[in-house]
Design a protein around this ligand. Sequence first.
Ligand code: SAM
Length: 243
Amino acid sequence: MTLNLLLDCSNNEDKVNNLSENFIFNVVTETPVNEHFFAFKENGLNFFLSSNDTKPLHIDFLKGSMGWRLKRSDHEKLLKKTLGKSSESLCIFDGTAGLLSDTLIFLALGHKVIACEQSKILFILLLDAIERAKDQLPFMGNLKLLNGNSTECFKDYTNIDVIYLDPMYPEPKKNVLRSGNIARIKEILQIEMITDQGDDIFYEFKEYDFKKIILKRPIKSELLDSKFNYQIKGKSTRFDVYI
Ligand SMILES: C[S@@+](CC[C@H](N)C(=O)[O-])C[C@H]1O[C@@H](n2cnc3c(N)ncnc32)[C@H](O)[C@@H]1O
């Protein structure tokens, strides 16, 4: 897969050089026609699905709904309940990092997180978002972000208290914003020729030695395994917990 990086006159050279040091890019000076590409804009790094893309994927933890949720992370009753009462900081392995929304809430609640995302494109966007936010979000120091298949990456770690899984939902969700981002993630996975495992990721993790698996599911979806220990239910989402 070729990763195009568009250099235009507004580019911050340091950032572009930094990115090119760590990843192999095809650096272009004109918008590639009919191709996907990264470009630095004033707000940071963006990923365009094509030259006609008017809504590039851009991750910002400090603005919008994520910024709002982080300012009041204490109100995240569902995720807090799902983790259970613990006075100690937990080590959470997020096997489906996505846009890192759930991971950021765990971090804001005082936990440590190892988050793994299979898409290199999302990983690069996340690194840029972390760099822009880290001074304002000191808990970022408790995050380790990995790029790869989480069922493989997990094998390198011990002492994980919680495995957190939020597999891609097969059916479209009602929440427009989220389904918009999910649709984009699906397109990105297609570009990278990654076949998403869907729910199978849960069965793979169940084969490992684990203390606790938290599986996020649409509220009305069937159980992937009827032997859960407890469930926490919200309006549209359910967390099935396996111990
Ligand atoms: C529904 S999204 C997760 C959203 C995330 N919980 C959030 O809060 O932003 C699922 C993500 O998991 C990733 N994923 C699925 N299976 C994976 C695997 N085996 N290893 C790494 N990432 C995986 C997908 O690429 C996708 O980005």
